[in-house]
Write a protein that binds this ligand. Sequence first.
Ligand code: HEM
Length: 343
Amino acid sequence: MTITFRTETFRDDFTFRNSPAGIRRFPFPFHEDGYMYSVNIEPHRPGAPGSVFEHGFDVDEHYVAEMADRALVLAEDPLRCQALPHMDLASWDYLELVMTTKARDYPELFTLETDGDRWHWTNRPLGIDDRFTFGVTSTLPCPPLEYIGRQTQGDHCLLDQRDNNLWMDAGMVTTQADWSLDFDIGMNFFEWHAPVPLAHEMGVFQRAIKFLTSIPQGQPSRRLNWTLTVNPRLDTSPENYPKWGPDKLTVTPDTIGEKMHLRVELQTFWRLPRSNALVFPIRCYLLRFDDLVTIPKWARRMHRVIRDLPPELVTYKGMSRYHPMLVEWLAAHDDGAPTSPGI
Ligand code: HEM
């Protein structure tokens, strides 16, 4: 498989676009004409060829540009990557998981050669060719989580497991939907989820933690989450709210198609072998509304989901200001046909 990496930006002039194939493989998240939180976790099994589920770590046409955007965020704010001292082993575990998985799934892009603990890693799209000693941080250009996080699309949380709970004790977070690693570092599963409305009362988090703390090695799981973002901006962090908050004021009926993006997170959960930590990669996919409505079944379902979204979720997902305008715009793209369950 050959991937043509796009030259594009996720800030300033926002030249990000999906190719026609990129639109078709977008992980549209709604399997019915409504949405409410649930424990929507399923096995992370290999999916259809060409889909975002084909491989454990999807690499797509945005890879090189996303890594360039990450480098800009880290240059401005090094605290987007943090690891508490006891997470060193988990960081090496994660580096190993990514390198072995990517080298197996994309041999034309990545190569890993190992001789005991002497490793040789080649990342052709990013022009990286490094030899290092596994487990010895001084042999890498930077600590292991930062090293592999700079080469892997999506954010990455490393969760220590103790007291039947998960603790956000390390992470690389530069493409997040309005939450902060620097704020959440050291928190447990219930603490970092505290701002989420309704889900606590529904028992979603109590059930989820039982599942997550039992995930065995070699049997990863996944779920999808979603929100909306004005402009194809990856870094919608609280730290940078002054940069992207005012974008909401630019939403008008004439700009919705171009500016509004469905932002879907493919979240996966993997048990790590030596540390028994859990890693939680959060892979972000963006789809412009003008592109979304080219697929009629997505257009009509998006309208119905947004129209009927519980008010608590409208507020939490930050769309209060333009929600009525959005419903009206989407209604014009809903042909009224019935939809069937499934995507
Ligand atoms: C939101 C992290 C697993 C359900 C969030 C937020 C964070 C987060 C940081 C933002 C909270 C805020 O507003 O500050 C994680 C991590 C997980 C994890 C690190 C891995 C252990 C799960 C699971 C579920 C879940 C398994 C449900 C089954 C949710 C929901 C939201 C949320 C419903 C609100 C999202 C929205 O409406 O956009 N999560 N989460 N999370 N999380 Fe998780």
